[in-house]
Design a protein around this ligand. Structure first.
Ligand code: PBG
Length: 327
């Protein structure tokens, strides 16, 4: 048969397939989410996230060392305090769990890049992401708490802060607070396009941060909306966000592409706990090939337009990249 164009010509060998690859990945773009917990000598496996652990500050360095050895140099800290209260005061306490973890990590791993999740939900007794007024989260009062929290993280050694609460105006509030305190150079990665998602289920289990009543739909986005995600992203860029994040990743690849088309900042995507748990569960049952699934999820995310990837599979991906099996 006469045919001038044959797409299969470029798929004939592994060498050729790699040569014409459109999406290339690098370990430097990986961020590993790390749970740190009050207490001593703790390395608790998270039941809904097999293979992921909560570390006390004294055990955390072992994990940081494993990450560094694997070539994953950036981590995002999530704190799990022993004591929670109405106003989440452990979020901004000088000796809070994240603050102590930062100090220790900074001391022992001066070359690692330390990012913090800035939110109230792990610290409030009611599990909501801010200060309550009746049954609603009071936006503007919460901004003060978030700003205090972000500043205390930076003072404890954070290189970058990442607000995940979805309050209006929080990027600007945090930017102004950091600038006034002389931290003009500290970047903000905003969880700008964050949906009210069932995929956070295992995380809430890990952090004990499920809301004690209601849900997060009055602040996180409705999964039906796409143009609203662009609004959120553009607002945060205007407020001084340096990096915009889309979250979750796999079910929101369209948003990664759209947001990267309309902004000129780097786009991060967070492959969340539910994505991790689904892969683990299917693989444990022999229903899917774990490595190929991890690689395909990562590739799709970068292909969609992300240049930064937050994932619980960071160590595995780094190894697959080293071995030339992805990227
Ligand atoms: C804090 C926060 C959450 C996640 C990241 N930051 C939980 C939530 O919004 O309920 C989820 C991460 C994951 O599921 O892996 N607000």
């Amino acid at each position: 048969m006469e045919m001038l164009k044959r797409p299969r010509r470029l798929r004939g060998s592994e060498v050729l397939r790699k040569m014409v690859r459109e999406t290339r990945m690098d370990k430097s773009s990986l961020i590993y989410p790390l749970f740190v917990k009050d207490g001593n000598n703790l390395e608790e496996e998270i039941p809904s996230m097999v293979g992921q652990f909560r570390y006390s500050v004294d055990r955390m360095p072992y994990e940081l060392e494993r990450l560094q050895k694997a070539g994953v140099n950036s981590v995002m800290f999530f704190g799990i305090p022993d004591v929670k209260d109405e106003v989440g005061s452990q979020a901004y306490a000088e000796d809070g769990i994240v603050q102590r973890a930062l100090q220790e990590a900074r001391k022992q791993f001066p070359d690692m890049y330390l990012i913090t999740d800035v939110c109230m939900c792990e610290y409030t007794s009611h599990g909501h992401c801010g200060i309550l007024c009746g049954h609603d989260v009071e936006n503007d009062k919460t901004l003060e708490m978030l700003s205090k929290t972000a500043l205390s993280h930076v003072q404890a050694g954070a290189d970058m802060v990442a607000p995940s609460d979805m309050m209006d105006g929080r990027v600007e509030a945090i930017r102004r607070t950091l600038d006034q305190a002389g931290h003009k150079e500290t970047p903000i990665m905003s969880y700008a396009v964050k949906y009210a998602s069932a995929f956070y289920g295992p995380f809430r289990d890990a952090a004990g941060s499920a809301p004690s009543f209601g849900d997060r739909k009055s602040y996180q986005m409705d999964p039906h909306n796409s143009r609203e995600g662009i609004k959120e992203a553009l607002l945060d860029v205007d407020e001084g966000a340096d990096i915009i994040m889309v979250k979750p990743a796999l079910a929101y690849l369209d948003m990664i592409t759209k947001v990267s088309d309309v902004t000129n900042v780097p786009i991060a995507a967070y492959s969340v706990s539910g994505e991790y748990a689904m892969v683990k569960a299917a693989a444990a049952n022999g229903w899917m090939d774990e490595e190929r699934t991890i690689c395909e999820m990562a590739t799709s995310t970068y292909r969609a337009g992300a240049s930064i990837y937050l994932t619980y599979f960071a160590k595995e991906l780094a190894r697959f990249m080293d071995e030339g099996r992805i990227g």
